[in-house]
Each structure stands twice: as structure tokens, then as C-alpha cells.
Ligand binder design. Structure first.
Ligand code: IPD
Ligand code: CA
Ligand code: CA
Length: 262
């Protein structure tokens, strides 16, 4: 079994190179934006950075597989080491120069989430975690939020924006959260939202439709910081693509109950 901390180093190096690439490339002109689906943009920058990161990860761990958002989203996860990569989480923010986007690299070892690295590109801040080794921001160990009273909670979320079908349900949930908490935030990069939960800046988080590469790294950070992450149905397997509910144990329980109210 590969050493998890070695895998952290590999992921950190690749994420740092990707982040540097994102900092130095010119912001794509409007004519270069492609809509994969309505409101779901991609440019050559996403693809170039994913190529670079994938090449680096495969070279560092021969035989490993990369599941990446833009180039290999459906790659078979049939190797001992599987990387789950979002080369640019927060593409819409990036395209608008809104400084909230990240490189996110998660890693499965023998099918289980083992390593997560989230590199906040504009702040030059790196979060890393490995199962059994804690979650960290530099030398600072992340512990999650100590708040258990929902009335004191700041809750992160992501709006539905591709498939608008769940909008009515989502707006009911948002209303309930705004009534019961001290506020909600939507900043547009799920990996950073999850890092914020791990760091205790957000007390809880939910979103109805996220992909494996949005969450793989952040889930490791939160679990290692003492938090819980499940789907809205309570399933701990959050890499199927779908809903995510996260928080410390008290606020995860509260949010699950609130969001699942009819
Ligand atoms: C998106 C961001 C956003 C979330 C979306 C994701 P992308 O990732 O994480 O915060 O609300 O659901 O798809 O497309 O910018 O990599
Ligand atoms: Ca993403
Ligand atoms: Ca992306």
C-alpha cells in the first residue's frame, strides 16, 4: 500500500504547478469561453492545466489512474491509486476575475478516499489531508467548527445552476437555513467551501449537485478535521455525484433534518 504522506507530496506538487499555471496564463477572452451546457463554461485553460497535472501525477505514481473533470471524467477507477482532479474549481469565478478558485486533487487508495489537496490559487493557500494523518493548512492543524447552536452557524452552499429542476426545492431549503442560522454564503468554488468547513470558517455546507472532482479532496479535509460529510440521503459514499451535506456532527445532524423536511 503506498504511503499516504508520499501521495500528499505528489498531489501538493502537482496542484502547485497547476496553480502557478493558472496565475500566469492570461484570462481567456470572451470569445474563448465554451458552454458545455447552459451556464457551464470551459476554456483551454481548464484542459491545459488538467493535462499538466495528469501528466505529473501519472509520472510520479506509475500505474495510477486520473479521473479528471475535462479530459477523463469516466476513466475506470481500477488502479490501486486513483487521482480525482478538478484542475480549476470555480471556472465561472476565474473567467470573471472573481478571486475564488482552486486546484483540487483527491486520491483513492484501494477504492477508499485517502488524500486531499486543495490549492487556493489567488490566496496562495494550500490545504492538505490524509486519512489518519489529519487535515492541515501549512503547519496549522484543522479542527472544524466548535459551534453547535444553529443560530450561530454560518452555512455555505452552492446554487443549482446547470440543471434548474431542483430550484424550487433548493429555494425552500435556503429559506429554511436563512431563518434558522446566522447566514449563508455562496462563493462559487465547492472545494474551497469544503476547505472552509474543515477550517471552521463555515460551520456547515450543502449543495444538491456536485461531481466527484468537486468534493473528493474537501471530503478528506473535513473528515480529518472531525466533521461529517454525507449525501442528503445520509449515504457516506459521496463520490457518486449528487448532493453533499457537511458540518461538525451537531450541525450536520441539524442540517440533514432541516433540508429533508417536506
Ligand atoms: C463548480 C463549483 C461551484 C459549484 C458547481 C461546480 P467548476 O465547479 O465548484 O461552486 O456550485 O456545482 O460545478 O465547474 O467551476 O469546476
Ligand atoms: Ca468543480
Ligand atoms: Ca472545474
Amino acid at each position: 500500500m503506498p504511503n499516504f504522506l508520499d501521495l500528499v507530496d505528489v498531489a501538493r506538487t502537482a496542484a502547485a504547478a497547476g496553480a502557478e499555471h493558472l496565475r500566469t496564463l492570461p484570462r481567456p477572452a470572451l470569445a474563448q469561453w465554451t458552454e458545455k451546457a447552459r451556464r457551464d463554461f470551459v476554456t483551454d485553460v481548464d484542459r491545459q492545466v488538467e493535462t499538466q497535472i495528469g501528466t505529473q501525477l501519472r509520472a510520479a505514481v506509475p500505474g495510477s489512474v486520473v479521473v479528471g473533470e475535462e479530459l477523463t471524467p469516466t476513466a475506470a477507477r481500477d488502479a490501486a491509486v486513483v487521482w480525482i482532479v478538478d484542475p480549476l474549481d470555480g471556472t465561472t469565478n476565474f473567467l470573471h476575475g472573481y478571486p475564488q478558485y482552486a486546484v483540487s486533487i483527491g486520491c483513492l487508495v484501494d477504492g477508499a478516499l485517502a488524500v486531499g489537496v486543495v490549492h487556493d490559487v489567488t490566496r496562495h493557500v494550500v490545504y492538505h489531508g490524509a486519512t489518519g494523518h489529519g487535515a492541515w493548512c501549512g503547519t496549522q492543524r484543522l479542527r472544524g467548527s466548535p459551534i453547535s447552536d444553529p443560530r450561530r452557524a454560518l452555512v455555505g452552499t452552492g446554487f443549482p445552476f446547470k440543471d434548474m429542476t431542483p430550484m424550487e426545492r433548493y429555494l425552500r431549503q435556503l429559506g429554511a437555513v436563512l431563518h434558522a442560522s446566522s447566514g449563508a454564503r455562496r462563493t462559487g468554488a465547492a472545494s474551497l467551501d469544503l476547505a472552509d468547513v474543515a477550517a471552521g470558517r463555515l460551520d456547515a455546507f450543502w449543495e444538491l449537485a456536485l461531481a466527484p472532482w468537486d468534493v473528493a479532496a474537501g471530503v478528506v479535509l473535513i473528515r480529518e478535521a472531525g466533521g461529517l460529510v454525507t449525501t442528503l440521503d445520509g449515504d457516506a459514499d459521496v463520490l457518486q455525484g449528487g448532493s453533499i451535506v457537511a458540518g461538525n456532527p451537531a450541525l450536520h445532524r441539524w442540517l440533514m433534518q432541516l433540508l429533508n423536511e417536506p
